[in-house]
Design a protein around this ligand. Structure first.
Ligand SMILES: Cc1cn([C@H]2C[C@H](O)[C@@H](COP(=O)(O)OP(=O)(O)OP(=O)(O)O)O2)c(=O)[nH]c1=O
Length: 193
């Protein structure tokens, strides 16, 4: 039995390390992340996490962990910006408002799937032109849902959250540990030994 992290996100690997887990292998899934017409953000996030878990090749007794993080502004899904122009558009839409960050987990062994999502609320301060331009120049928005990462310089733009900090970063640790336990994977090996 191997434990496989089905993610190319370095954040997810680091967060997993916080649980004391080093995966036997890392296999980033390659799927089409385009939302369906009128698809709601939470449904979308769960569907994508599930599709990622199904897309990773593994033996039937391997455990595969995948996740998807989606930024939702009302019914609008903000994915990973394609370029600085789109990042600016997302940040201006988020500026001075509250939004949700959803992370869906999908754990698979063979045909069996365990799924869980975590929804957090985030408020971004009203951004000045200087703040917006400095953040865009940092390039830290690249590869981040909604065009920002709370764990980087954008932390200065976020005065309030409610929910799971690790979930916003990409892997909600309490829920991940719980899901792994449910699937029979021992998270607390040292304590059990
Ligand atoms: C909102 C937010 C997102 N993110 C990141 C987490 C995810 O890596 C990314 C959302 O994209 P995802 O599609 O969830 O993940 P990914 O493409 O990076 O990796 P993979 O599909 O291989 O697992 O945004 C942060 O790092 N900090 C934040 O505050």
């Amino acid at each position: 039995m191997a434990f496989i992290l089905g993610s190319g996100s370095p954040r997810r690997l680091e967060l997993l390390a916080q649980l004391g887990i080093t995966p036997d292998d890392v296999r980033p899934p390659d799927i089409d992340e385009t939302p369906k017409k009128a698809e709601l953000p939470r449904d979308y996030c769960n569907r994508i996490a599930h599709e990622k878990a199904m897309a990773v090749r593994a033996d039937s007794d391997d455990l595969i962990l995948c996740a998807d993080t989606t930024v939702a502004l009302g019914r609008r899904i903000l994915g990973k910006p394609a370029d600085a122009g789109e990042a600016a558009e997302f940040l201006l839409a988020l500026s001075g408002r509250r939004h949700r960050v959803i992370t869906a987990l999908s754990l698979r062994r063979g045909d069996k799937i365990w799924q869980k999502d975590v929804v957090s609320q985030v408020r971004m301060k009203r951004l000045s032109d200087l703040e917006l331009n400095a953040y865009l120049a940092s390039n830290d928005w690249q590869g981040k849902a909604g065009g920002y990462a709370i764990q980087g310089p954008a932390g200065a733009l976020i005065p309030w959250i409610s929910g799971s900090f690790t979930g916003i970063v990409g892997l909600p640790l309490a829920e991940t540990a719980n899901l792994l336990q449910v699937a029979g994977y021992s998270v607390h090996k040292e304590a059990a030994a």
